[in-house]
Design a protein around this ligand. Structure first.
Ligand SMILES: [Zn+2]
Length: 117
């Protein structure tokens, strides 16, 4: 006899990231650049994406991102289960218990819709 199940609905917390400081828990410090100008420091959840951050990609900062085709200099970096991952502008940061998961906008809108409170 055939048995069918429907996936349980679950509510998740997520934020779309476009630039440093976008995640509500980023609370970046104010830093000072070498010329003495005050700048926004690195986010605490999504940090700056730096060369060598991710060994899954062969990063060449002179070339655009292989995923979104934007400059790697405007990307973020987040640690997911001990591995640093690249965050493309427009990606979603999904709170997953006590860690975070990065999803592309396409993946996210396929799986989730906004819950009106
Ligand atoms: Zn990208």
């Amino acid at each position: 006899m055939r048995k069918l199940y429907r996936e349980k609905l679950r509510v998740i917390e997520a934020y779309q990231w476009f630039k440093n400081g976008d995640h509500p828990l980023d609370s970046p410090d104010i830093a000072t650049d070498p010329s003495g100008v005050k700048i926004m420091g690195e986010g605490k959840i999504v940090g700056f994406y730096k060369e060598g951050d991710n060994n899954h990609y062969n990063d060449d900062f002179s070339k655009p991102c292989s995923v979104c085709n934007k400059s790697l200099k405007i990307h973020g970096s987040i640690e997911e289960q001990g591995v640093k991952l690249r965050v493309c502008p427009g990606s979603w940061i999904v709170t997953n218990k006590d860690s975070y998961k990065v999803m592309s906008n396409d993946q996210f809108i396929e799986q989730f819709e906004l819950v009106e409170e």
